[in-house]
Design a protein around this ligand. Structure first.
Ligand SMILES: [Zn+2]
Ligand SMILES: [Zn+2]
Length: 262
């Protein structure tokens, strides 16, 4: 049975895992090698059983422990050319570096992978859609704005980790310096709760049954505010939460699982 699990999620660090019982793929490692090992062991996966580490982009909340675990366990790292060049993860031998490109599908073991471009202030950032048999999963975070191209890439996913980064009013009124506020609000920043809720509705219409809101800002959001925004948008459109679709918020520091994937 395929499992898509958020290990940690938020502006402080991000990492998720997809496993079909045969192949284990980690996406991003925005935490220490020690913390990753602890989290993996709590779900019964030894770090040396990770077959690949996919990187979305070079920001520290995505790559903090990437170099350490790649070196320690010999885990191959997959990233775009731009991300490979931009990420600072210490010495990682070229033998374990693999280059991916947006819209070019490939396979690792039994899992199919398709990267897609995302608008974000990084060198060459991507999100990922992952295929286990006929089931599609997607990770769509660090997205300045949702557009038809991204929606096309993630449409039809059974379960999606979708960015719901900030409440726009909290961000505007909050303590961040003006340039940082502008960056987050820009088309190359992060997806607001409101924009996430609209994307969530489109996803549910396309057949997505499980949504996990992720990459929440610590300063400019609250899990209950993010959840309520998407809940309201879905219910106002006639979606029955629980039977048509489920929504949850990924934990900032710990593991969050989807419900059973059927
Ligand atoms: Zn980022
Ligand atoms: Zn990020």
């Amino acid at each position: 049975m395929a499992e898509f699990i958020s290990l940690i999620s938020g502006s402080s660090g991000n990492s998720s895992l997809i496993s079909d019982g045969k192949t284990n793929i980690l996406i991003d490692c925005g935490m220490s090698g020690k913390r990753l090992t602890e989290l993996l062991s709590s779900i019964g996966i030894a770090p040396n059983r990770i077959d690949a580490l996919l990187i979305t982009h070079e920001h520290i909340d995505h790559v903090r422990g990437a170099g350490i675990i790649a070196r320690r366990y010999g885990i191959p790292i997959y990233a775009t050319q731009g991300t490979h060049s931009a990420m600072e993860i210490g010495n990682v031998s070229d033998d374990i570096r693999h280059t991916v490109s947006a819209d070019k599908s490939f396979e690792i073991g039994t899992i199919g992978i398709c990267p897609f471009s995302i608008p974000h202030d990084a060198a060459e950032p991507v999100g990922y859609s992952l295929f286990c048999g006929n089931t599609k999963f997607s990770l769509a975070t660090d997205i300045g704005k949702m557009d038809e191209y991204i929606m096309g890439a993630i449409r039809g996913s059974e379960a999606v980790i979708l960015e719901s980064n900030h409440d726009v009013e909290m961000l505007k009124l909050g303590s961040y310096p003006f340039p940082l506020k502008q960056r987050i609000l820009s088309d190359y920043g992060h997806l607001s709760n409101e924009r996430a809720s609209e994307a969530a509705l489109e996803l549910v219409k396309s057949g997505t049954r499980q949504l996990m809101l992720g990459h929440l800002s610590k300063e400019n959001n609250r899990p209950e505010i993010a959840l309520l925004e998407t809940y309201n948008t879905l219910t106002q459109a006639g979606v029955e939460i629980g039977s048509d679709a489920t929504i949850r918020v990924a934990d900032r520091y710990g593991i969050t699982r989807f419900g059973e994937i059927t």
